[in-house]
Ligand binder design. Structure first.
Ligand SMILES: [Zn+2]
Length: 252
């Protein structure tokens, strides 16, 4: 068949991903065959889990839509939809189970501190990450664009910032997690839930000063690690107050 041209317009912060110096302009692509719209979007550098709405000549389509000649493609990220209502959204807005890639140890810890469920294996290969993601129905957190483009990824997010504090805010915002925050409920080491435990039960494991100063304890249901308010609590409460302040600022 003859070659033809399509025009892509990436909205919101999607131009961040586009591999072109003129990323804020409409991109023209010459095509020789009829690919899916997903393939063409990813060939521009934009991973499909970042795309929440695709319009072709103004009509919403899904990722498998085959591109025809001479069309205009509008691509929108989560949280930046056009004003008219459409139910053809491609992403789930609220998600509360994650798997993070090996470079995101600090982010994983930060999210667990807030009680969020984050599988993290410091030595996992990509293949193992994707398996855990599928098996446990988790959303993938990564700064590896190729990994996020993998065909088996349904829910995922590319961290814009390199810093754990900002990344934490990004994840809370993207997956609508402010109401899911439950500090002091999840093990920082192994991600298992913490359960209340009586002081008497763990008395012999405590250091002398801890025995004197603390009365409330929680124990990890996975690895047995013991937690008490003194170890992380005041810092954590400050952190949560900061997060709430941040979100009320951005909502204003
Ligand atoms: Zn644990």
């Amino acid at each position: 068949m003859n070659s033809f041209t399509v025009r892509l317009n990436f909205h919101g912060d999607l131009p961040f991903f586009v591999r072109s110096k003129r990323r804020h302009e409409i991109i023209e692509r010459g095509l020789a065959e009829k690919p899916s719209v997903k393939d063409v979007i990813e060939s521009c550098g934009v991973p499909h889990p970042e795309v929440d709405l695709i319009l072709i000549n103004g009509e919403p389509v899904d990722f498998h839509h085959t591109l025809g000649a001479n069309v205009d493609v509008d691509v929108y990220p989560v949280g930046f939809l056009p004003t008219f209502v459409t139910n053809k959204r491609l992403q789930i807005t609220h998600f509360n189970k994650f798997v993070s890639d090996v470079h995101l140890g600090r982010l994983s810890r930060s999210l667990r501190l807030l009680g969020l469920d984050v599988a993290y294996l410091s030595a996992a290969e990509d293949r193992q990450l994707l398996k855990a993601m599928q098996r446990e129905n988790r959303a993938l957190l990564t700064r590896d664009r190729r990994l996020l483009m993998h065909a088996v990824v349904q829910n995922g997010y590319y961290l814009r910032s390199q810093y754990a504090t900002e990344q934490t805010i990004e994840v809370i915002r993207r997956f609508d997690l402010l109401r899911s925050i439950a500090p002091f409920t999840r093990c920082l080491r192994c991600n298992a839930p913490l359960e209340k435990v009586s002081k008497a039960e763990i008395m012999e494991k405590l250091k002398p000063l801890t025995k004197i100063y603390y009365e409330e304890f929680r124990r990890c249901s996975g690895c047995g690690q013991i937690y008490w308010p003194g170890s992380h609590f005041s810092k954590l409460q400050k952190r949560i107050a900061e997060l709430h302040a941040q979100f009320s600022k951005s909502a204003a």
